[in-house]
Design a protein around this ligand. Structure first.
Ligand SMILES: Cc1ncc(C[n+]2csc(CCOP(=O)(O)OP(=O)(O)O)c2C)c(N)n1
Length: 632
């Protein structure tokens, strides 16, 4: 442990109850230094976590996390909470393979992590469930949700508020942690409303004056009129009128770095009847100058120099897949003004920053609103626009019904650019993009594709944009494979590509696993086997003509994909074999039927037996043993 004056004496949150405010301030500094130190080595959500150190201390002094339910939305800002709830030493293993998670996780710490997350805007619903559950079981305790201004813009947050305002539970507190940032600066009308509350004191004062004036003019002459007037005036003057109207007592705004104020407020609101919303203002990246000055890159960051904040990255000459996608989209959008880009709050991560600057009128950051992003795209498509909606695979899960009901059913030509498909590494099970093939494959009218390399990403994007179809392109996290050429080629929908001709055995691979398939084939060559290798770039529809040919001349079929085996691409191949009365033997590689933990992708793949040498070994075993059995 570093030489921390106060943190070294603290073993858990109980030890902070007796500290003076001076000591608490020092403790906050220690905690920040510790967070900076560990995230500089392991990467992580430094900005959000630095912003809530005082809030964490206040919550842990006022509430009892063993009885009360403190739930951090997303959980990416809960590093101080982790440190003070029995994980001070373990914090060094943050986000590492077999170390602690970067989010809250019941399995990791059931005593204090009351609800796991990683996706946003679930905390209000979850804590409401806990509060009502306690009531039903006649148990005491507060339920406290801490939710960011970005996460508050999502539909589910409002579904929770709506239900809470109706159920009217006491001891139910929502803390709006407002730092005016999502990953990028926050967007949307709700954000504008929060901003008005924070920045426009004069606006609030003028409403007060108006109320006084109206009262003076009309006096109390009619009781009914006066009541109406009061309601009208209240609507105008109460800064948190939106929340008040939803049935919450609104308290705000509170300086989220003034520990004393925070604590006093939280103590006072404990006795308020009905649900309460406390609007706390914090600064993202607080206490680390580079993150204060430039919060977006420090929202979630890979290892960096802890003095300058400069990322420590190996020299990379090629772009990542997101950037390659963004660049290709710009090239296409330059030639066709009907092309627009949509992102649900992931502009930077999805490689769309440059696009947003080049085409501000054709770029839509809709906030954390995955469902809306799809339906909005559907509306645009209906008017003849060509919408390209970029999702991280994991967040597309939120828009499943919209994909089915609003897009596919109506055959609206929308392109889904599915980023971070496959294992994503340190963010772990909440973020691995392993379900998209399985959940999209069952939906009629969708073309699902995966490029093997940089140029194929460009070609698929071009093909999708002018296909007139619902068209999904999935690509992984990380640096692109291969090179790009000039221009774009239209690919025949449902066409596969034979990359290596062989005999008896064929490997059908998807996306980044095409490269692994070629490497596996090279190893198998050394063992004397000669697999055919096929780039199955169209997951749906498949190249049935080629597949028929291959099934007739090869006894063994191997499939490789970076998605779940249940219902995935390999399952589709097996379905085809069975449905058409073939008798081939099939071995499938992909993600087994369990959630995969966090850690570097290569380590996870090794664990799953997905490295080329491991796959080659398994294939060899199968080829040499006719009784070979695989349990997935
Ligand atoms: C459903 C969903 N969409 C997108 C994300 C990606 N994401 C992680 S944090 C974040 C911004 C959250 O902003 P806010 O709630 O204000 O919290 P802050 O990081 O500013 O503390 C986003 C968009 C997510 N976690 N979940």
């Amino acid at each position: 442990m570093n030489n921390f004056k106060i943190l070294n004496q603290i073993n858990n949150y109980k030890d902070i109850k007796t500290l003076s405010y001076d000591q608490l301030r020092e403790l906050a500094t220690d905690i920040r230094e510790y967070i900076i130190d560990i995230t500089s080595k392991n990467g992580g959500h430094i900005g959000p976590s630095l912003g809530v150190v005082e809030l964490t201390l206040a919550l842990l002094r006022v509430f009892d996390p063993e009885v009360d339910r403190i739930v951090w939305d997303i959980g990416h800002q809960a590093y101080a909470y982790k440190i003070l709830t029995d994980r001070k030493e373990q914090f060094k293993t943050l986000r590492q393979y077999k170390g602690i998670s970067g989010f809250l996780k019941i399995k990791e710490c059931p005593k204090y992590d009351h609800f796991g997350a990683g996706h946003s805007s679930t905390s209000i619903s979850a804590t409401l469930g806990m509060r009502i559950g306690k009531d039903l079981l006649k148990k005491d305790g507060y339920a406290v949700a801490i939710i960011g201004d970005g996460s508050m813009t999502a539909g589910q947050a409002f579904e929770g508020l709506n239900n809470a305002g109706w159920l009217d539970p006491s001891k139910f507190i929502v803390i709006l942690n407002d730092n005016q940032m999502s990953i990028s600066p926050n967007v949307g009308a709700i954000y504008r409303y929060f901003n008005k509350i924070i920045t426009n004191e004069a606006y609030i004062k003028s409403r007060q004056k108006l109320k006084d004036l109206l009262k003076k003019m009309f006096g109390e002459s009619s009781a009914k009129f006066a009541r109406k007037l009061e309601e009208f005036a209240k609507g105008l003057i109460t800064p948190g009128v939106l929340f008040e109207e939803l049935g919450f007592t609104y308290i705000g705004t509170i300086d989220g770095h003034n520990l004393k104020d925070l604590e006093e407020t939280l103590e006072k609101i404990k006795t308020i009847r009905g649900p309460v919303l406390v609007h706390v203002i914090t600064q993202k990246g607080r206490g680390f100058k580079p993150a204060e000055d430039n919060p977006t890159p420090f929202h979630g960051i890979s290892p960096f120099d802890k003095i300058t904040g400069t990322p420590i990255k190996k020299a990379i000459t090629k772009p990542n897949w997101s950037k390659a996608f963004g660049e290709a989209l710009i090239e296409l959008a330059e030639k066709d003004e009907k092309i627009v880009a949509i992102t649900p709050a992931m502009r930077e991560g999805s490689g769309l920053t440059e696009f947003s600057k080049r085409f501000p009128d054709r770029f839509f950051d809709v906030g954390i609103a995955e469902q809306h992003a799809s339906t909005f795209a559907g509306g645009l498509a209906r008017e003849g626009i060509i919408p390209v909606v970029s999702y991280y695979s994991t967040f597309l899960q939120r828009a499943y019904d919209q994909v089915i009901h609003d897009i596919a059913l109506q055959e609206l030509p929308v392109v889904f650019a599915i980023d971070r498909a496959g294992l994503v590494g340190e963010d772990g099970p909440t973020h691995h993009g392993v379900f998209d093939i399985a959940f999209l494959r069952t939906v009629p009218n969708i073309v699902i594709t995966a490029p093997k390399d940089w140029q194929e990403l460009r070609d698929l994007l071009y093909t999708g944009i002018y296909s007139g179809k619902v068209f999904a392109i999935r690509y992984p996290r990380g640096t692109v494979i291969g090179e790009k050429k000039e221009g774009f080629n239209k690919l025949k929908i449902g066409s596969w590509e034979v990359l290596k001709e062989g005999k008896d055995l064929v490997i059908l691979a998807v996306g980044k696993y095409v490269k692994k398939a070629l490497e596996t084939a090279d190893i198998l060559n050394k063992y004397g086997f000669k697999p055919t290798v096929v780039n199955a770039r169209f997951i749906k529809p498949m190249d049935y003509k080629l597949l028929d040919e291959l099934l007739k001349i090869n006894e063994y079929i191997i499939t490789m994909e970076d998605g779940v085996l249940k219902g995935g691409f390999g399952s589709g191949v097996v379905e085809y074999i069975t449905d058409n009365l073939y008798f081939n033997k099939v071995l499938r590689f992909g993600i087994p039927d369990r959630f995969i933990e966090h850690g570097k992708i290569e380590l996870l793949e090794k664990d799953l037996g997905l490295l080329p040498e491991q796959m080659a070994e398994k294939i060899k075993k199968m080829l040499l043993n006719s009784n070979y059995k695989v349990v997935c």
